[in-house]
Ligand binder design. Structure first.
Ligand code: TYD
Ligand code: MG
Length: 459
């Protein structure tokens, strides 16, 4: 293939330059020029040529109602928890990006999935750029996948990978990882934004053209974003993230974007000696086992996708220096600052001279505001050195005016808590059930100060 010309394109305004420049010559933005391939010539859409636009023919349009809405055919991957996040299974020509920390289990899960697909007769291809074929084989033996017929290709050059996909026509191909793949047409190093973006774009086009499902593995930076380009997220159909503490046994796979299903659905796995096993009833896995209730701990009932889950929120409030620290793991730090202000203003609880640390147990990330009440109660519990009663749960969003707002699907949350043996709940008034739920006493509150009052009355 003839080497095509490279070009530097501004990610802000789309302006181009033949050389790399710190400042975009068109819009003046700094550090926005990224190397791209200029695919000049007829039929290529990369270089827009306004002077030709007058020659293009108008295309036929059709009203929406006249277009047949065909349902998407999905093939179950054979791993139920993965199918749940994918929205039922893999889709022909679909492109999935799966991100997560190193060592969290991406390669393990995908190898298991490919083997399951291969066993039901779908041809699969595993492209490894990080490990040798022998290392992959070793993992498959460890996983108990003897006699696996999954095809393996140890290759990092895009053109060779595309040619192999074209020649072998697998139903599903995994690229592990997209950061190792490079195209000969760019001079940038593998793993650079330009390379990752260009390679992902080619692979996406190949998937759409051939109907092969392509799963891209992506690395995550320390800040938790997919390394390099967020643009990858826009290109693909589905984005999944692995979460969880690599030191604990449990892993969550969360759908951040899904053109073929619901987002924020999660799959739950346990890492075992023989790879990842689905956890079908995960509601109680993020609770730590205290033999006696301890100060600074409050159990939250959160709703993840379609399933309620109980997660322990821990807080430690301790005398701080001149500029006290506010740290959160698994919860939003800005939200923590806001909750501390609300606590002070509306409930008279001051933490100005204290360090405040909060943590969601088990490495799970909680983004829903319904965690507010549990965060506040764990903070006051730690500050006072008094444990919440045994079997206590809470949920509810807290507003700046000190009001406690309802959480979606409160009844389901309460029922799940009662099922797991929790017996006392503080919840928003609007979430209080009309009929009592067996085994659980519910205190409905409208304001933060009311919630604090109820808890103080518990002894
Ligand atoms: P891996 O899947 O290679 O993670 P990633 O591709 O996301 O970087 O490895 C996950 C970790 O899991 C690794 O540290 C070893 C461990 N592991 C098990 O506990 N059991 C197993 O059966 C396998 C294959 C790995
Ligand atoms: Mg890996």
């Amino acid at each position: 293939m003839a080497k095509e010309k490279t070009l530097f394109t501004c990610s802000e305004c789309g302006g181009t330059s033949p050389r790399w420049l710190g400042k975009c010559p068109a819009c003046g933005a700094w550090n926005t020029l990224v190397e791209t391939v200029a695919e000049a010539g007829p039929g290529k859409n990369r270089l827009s040529a306004p002077q030709y636009s007058g020659l293009a023919q108008a295309q036929a349009v059709m009203p929406l109602a006249a277009i047949e809405a065909t349902d998407i055919a999905r093939t179950p991957s054979g791993i139920d928890e993965l199918d749940r996040v994918l929205g039922g299974g893999i889709v022909e020509g679909g492109v999935v990006l799966i991100g997560g920390d190193p060592g969290i289990g991406k390669s393990t899960l995908l190898l298991q999935a490919l083997d399951a697909l291969q066993r039901v007769g779908l041809p699969t291809l595993y492209v490894t750029g990080e490990e040798s074929g022998a290392q992959v084989a070793l993992r498959s033996r460890r996983l108990g996948l003897d006699h696996s017929q999954v095809n393996v290709l140890a290759e990092i050059q895009l053109e060779k990978i595309l040619a192999t996909i074209d020649a072998t026509q697998p139903a599903v191909a995994v690229i592990d990882s997209i950061q190792t793949v490079y195209s000969d047409q760019l001079t940038s190093a593998p793993g650079s934004v330009a390379q990752v973006r260009e390679c992902a774009a080619h692979l996406t086009r190949a998937a759409k053209a051939s109907g092969v499902t392509i799963i891209l593995v992506g690395h995550v930076t320390k800040e938790g974003a997919l390394a390099g380009p967020r643009v990858l997220e826009h290109m693909v159909d589905t984005v999944l993230y692995f979460e969880g503490d690599t030191h604990s046994q449990f892993r969550l796979v969360r759908a951040i974007k899904n053109r073929f299903g619901a987002v924020n659905e999660i799959g739950v796995f346990a890492m075992t000696e023989k790879g990842l096993k689905g956890v079908t009833n995960p509601s109680a896995i993020f609770l730590s086992q205290h033999s006696e209730p301890v100060p600074g701990s409050c159990v939250l009932v959160t709703l993840e996708g379609t399933r309620p889950m109980l997660v322990e929120i821990q807080a430690l409030v301790d005398e701080g220096g001149p500029s006290p620290r506010r740290l959160s793991v698994g919860l939003d730090r800005d939200r923590l600052a806001m909750l501390l202000a609300v606590l002070h203003r509306h409930a008279g609880v001051a933490c100005m001279d204290q360090d405040v640390f909060v943590n969601a147990v088990g490495g799970v990330r909680i983004s829903e505001p319904a965690a507010d009440l549990a965060v506040m109660l764990s903070i006051t519990s730690s500050l006072r050195g008094k444990a919440l009663p045994r079997g206590f749960i809470a949920f509810g969003e807290v507003g700046l005016a000190g009001e406690v707002r309802p959480a979606p699907r409160g009844q389901e949350r309460l029922k799940e808590a009662a099922k797991l043996g929790f017996s006392v709940a503080v919840v928003p008034k609007a979430n209080a059930p009309k009929k009592p739920i067996e085994g659980i006493t519910i205190h409905a509150v409208e304001r933060v100060e009311e919630a604090m009052e109820v808890v103080r009355g518990m002894g």
